[in-house]
Design a protein. Structure first.
Length: 570
């Protein structure tokens, strides 16, 4: 990918110089206008007034651009850029090929799979087809910077051969063929300075990878004859691209000597994710039911992706598993979840996938969401219902510990710190837990559940309405309580409170099943499933919850948490 960067940066720098000069000129113009505010007549002047006063030859054309002028200017730039790029492409090919060899080989070596002992280039030329720039836009960035995006398309005919050696000593010359790439590069020119070229450094990143296709072929053979080699090489290439230059990762090119460490990628927070459950999953098995598991990630890199346990023979699995992700840019990143059917020794089959934009999360507040699964996140042509997955999300920006608490991190547990203040050693351990070791946080306490009432329950009796009652179960301990039966009612009122001693609140669940009581048995009406994250975080709340598996109906509940924390080293 490095050959894209030299082209992109060179062209973008030219555009950036023009944009920067225009912005500096606008700043100087604004400064003059500010000084003129002392004169009322000048303060009331408009652009139209200035056009009337100043002769055309003295009126700077950059002061006002209409939208049509901007589009015409950008299209003209693209035409000019593509025309000249085709002319100089043979020289770019020679220089870029050598640049790729020296810069990309170390990256491939870093991500080289364990089944290979070497992964290098034996041949490398980019062919005769030059990339084409198909779009350019200037973005509204922060003060003191200019940001732009360049869209590039390349359907090349390169001659790229990888010299691969396996652990058993077998050498494989693998050709990379039929490369097709479409993507958007983001460039940030920052900081703005007074000396030419008016910016200190350029940050570049692959903002969006719309398409990246390539084929691998063993020279003189078929790569599919060696199981696992093709997939391993493809994953290596994609991981290297994702972790090295895909947004929010950015590469910094200093233009003027200086310290630009503040421009480097830095984590801005953590995302706590509870994979709670799924329902109505599509059955992928001919005999029995699917064996679903989930893969979750913010960045699709192998060592940063999280995998849940497999729930066998179940289309309505309950996981209640917790995962943590590092967030680098909450405004653009998203959480992706993919649900697979475990096929044992065979490749797992995708059931469906879903995404959540992190910018839709309120920092410090738990968001409980049901997401519909789709076949493909990019092209959603398949409207088939594939089921839903339930997630519990908590985004915690760094530096906001005093504003809200994170129950999954001990040094953010304000209420727990209060309990442990009597013991300075334990308090110090809490503060050092991030740097010293990962800790299992065991939150012990008492959960009080008041089942207030139900509303709009469905009719389940042939004669009459229903005779509902609620059965409460704490999942880990299998502790159960039940309310009294309210006869012949679709809107029963119970107002009964039950206490549960909970040994591990962050990893336990409360299940409430609503039943219809019959003389010779019982019929299930619906259920509610809760993690304890919200009640631990808020301490106490009251809410109305719809019943799962019922045509209608909801439960009115009041939950209260009384904590007793314990920390266990792992």
């Amino acid at each position: 990918m490095s050959f894209f960067f030299g082209i992109v940066i060179g062209i973008a720098c030219g555009i950036a110089v023009v944009v920067v000069f225009a912005r500096l000129a606008n700043l100087r113009s604004k400064s003059r206008c500010d000084l003129a505010t002392t004169v009322a007549a000048f303060a009331r002047m408009t652009v139209q007034d200035s056009r009337k006063i100043l002769p055309p030859q003295f009126y700077p054309s950059w002061v006002v651009f209409s939208q049509q002028q901007k589009l015409s200017y950008m299209n003209g730039c693209l035409t000019w850029l593509n025309s000249h790029l085709r002319k100089i492409w043979p020289y770019v090919d020679e220089a870029a090929s050598e640049l790729i060899r020296s810069n990309v080989e170390p990256i491939l070596e870093q991500y080289r799979p364990v089944i290979l002992s070497a992964l290098k280039f034996s041949k490398l030329t980019l062919g005769t087809v030059a990339p084409q720039f198909t779009g350019v836009s200037i973005l509204e960035g922060e003060a003191g910077e200019v940001s732009m995006e360049l869209e590039m398309q390349w359907d090349g005919n390169p001659n790229i051969v990888l010299d691969i050696k396996t652990r058993v000593g077998v050498g494989l010359p693998v050709q990379v063929k039929n490369i097709g790439f479409t993507g958007v590069f983001r460039l940030i020119f920052k900081p703005m300075v007074e000396e030419f070229p008016c910016f200190g450094a350029v940050c570049y990143s692959l903002r969006e990878k719309k398409n990246l296709d390539f084929k691998l072929k063993v020279v003189g053979g078929d790569i599919t004859a060696l199981p696992g080699i093709s997939d391993a090489i493809e994953e290596t290439i994609l991981d290297a691209i994702e972790d090295s230059i895909t947004w929010p990762v950015r590469k910094i090119v200093p233009i003027i000597p200086g310290d630009y460490s503040d421009l480097e990628l830095k984590p801005v927070g953590t995302l706590e994710v509870k994979l709670v459950q799924a329902r109505d999953l599509t059955n992928k098995d001919l005999i029995g039911k699917s064996d679903p598991y989930a893969v979750l990630f913010v960045r699709p890199i192998r060592d940063r992706m999280k995998t849940s346990k497999t729930i066998n023979n179940e289309l309505n699995p309950i996981w209640n598993e917790h995962f943590e992700f590092i967030v680098e840019d909450a405004s653009t990143q998203h959480l992706t979840v993919r649900i697979f059917d475990d096929e044992g020794v065979q490749a797992s089959e995708l059931i469906g996938c879903a995404q959540v934009r992190l910018k839709d999360l309120e920092p410090g507040k738990v968001k409980d969401v049901w997401l519909k699964l789709v076949k493909d996140l990019d092209v959603q042509r398949d409207k088939k219902y594939r089921g839903e997955v339930r997630l519990e999300l908590l985004y915690c920006p760094f530096g906001m510990e005093s504003v809200f608490t994170n129950p999954f991190r001990p040094n953010l547990l304000t209420s727990l710190e209060k309990v442990l203040k009597a013991d300075g050693t334990e308090a110090d351990d809490i503060k050092k837990s991030h740097s010293l070791k990962k800790r299992d946080i065991i939150v012990r306490g008492v959960l009080s559940v008041t089942v207030i009432s139900a509303e709009n329950l469905p009719v389940v009796d042939l004669i009459g309405k229903a005779d509902p009652y609620v059965e409460l179960t704490m999942k880990k301990s299998n502790t159960k309580h039940r309310t009294r039966v309210v006869n012949n009612s679709l809107n029963p009122i119970w107002n009964q409170t039950f206490d549960f001693v909970v040994e591990d609140g962050l990893h336990d669940m409360l299940i409430l099943d609503v039943w219809d009581h019959d003389t010779f048995g019982k019929d299930k009406i619906g259920r509610c499933i809760f993690t304890l994250t919200r009640v631990i975080l808020e301490g106490e709340f009251r809410d109305n919850f719809p019943l799962e598996g019922a045509k209608s109906g909801s439960l009115n509940l009041h939950l209260k948490w009384s904590p007793q924390p314990i920390f266990r080293d792992t």
